[in-house]
Ligand binder design. Structure first.
Ligand code: DAT
Ligand code: MG
Length: 151
C-alpha cells in the first residue's frame, strides 16, 4: 500500500464560477490529506511546461491561454491510491461524458472548460507538485482522523 501524491488544480473557470470550496470539500470528505494549497496566477511558460506532452495538439495554444486566463487553485493531496481515486472523483476529460457524481459530470459542460486538473500517474503527481509548488509550500502533517480512515 504505497502512499502517493497527486497534483490537483481548480482551473480559472472553477475559480470564477465559485466552485473552489465544493471541489476541495470532495477530496476532504473522501479522506485524502491536503498537503499544499494556494491561489496562483500561472505564467505562460509554466502552463506550457505542465502540458508539454500536448505541445503538438491543435488545441495547445487555447489550452495554455485558458489556464493562464485567471487565477487557479493549486493543491497537493496525499494518500494510498490517491492518483487513480482522484481521477475517478474528477471524471473523464469531456464533462458531457463524465458520470453524474463526478466533479466534471456535476459541474461542467465542455472539454475546454472542464474546471479541474488531476495528475494521471504517481510519477506525474510528483513531477507536477515539484513544478507548481516551491520548497516549503508543501506541508507534512498527521490528520487527527487518520486512525478513523485506515485500520
Ligand atoms: P485530462 O485533463 O482529463 O487529464 P488530457 O490530459 O488529455 O485530459 O488533456 C489536458 C487538458 O487539455 C484537458 O483537461 C482539456 C484539454 N483538452 C484535451 N483534449 C482536448 C480536445 N480534444 N479539445 C480541446 N481541449 C482538449
Ligand atoms: Mg491529463
Amino acid at each position: 500500500e504505497d502512499v502517493e501524491e497527486t497534483y490537483i488544480m481548480v482551473k480559472p473557470d472553477g475559480v470564477q464560477r465559485g466552485v473552489v470550496g465544493e471541489i476541495i470539500s470532495r477530496f476532504e470528505k473522501k479522506g485524502f490529506k491536503l498537503t499544499g494549497l494556494k491561489l496562483f496566477q500561472c505564467p505562460k511558460e509554466l502552463a506550457e511546461e505542465h502540458y508539454k506532452e500536448l505541445k503538438e495538439k491543435p488545441f495547445f495554444p487555447k489550452l495554455t491561454e485558458y489556464i493562464t486566463s485567471g487565477p487557479v487553485v493549486c493543491m497537493a493531496w496525499e494518500g494510498v491510491g490517491v492518483v487513480a481515486s482522484a481521477r475517478k472523483l474528477i471524471g473523464v476529460t469531456n464533462p458531457l461524458q463524465a458520470e453524474p457524481g463526478t466533479i466534471r459530470g456535476d459541474l461542467a459542460v465542455q472539454t475546454g472548460r472542464n474546471v479541474i486538473h488531476g495528475s494521471d500517474s504517481p510519477e506525474n503527481g510528483k513531477r507536477e507538485i515539484a513544478l507548481w509548488f516551491k520548497e516549503g509550500e508543501v506541508c507534512q502533517w498527521t490528520p487527527a482522523q487518520a486512525p478513523w480512515l485506515r485500520e
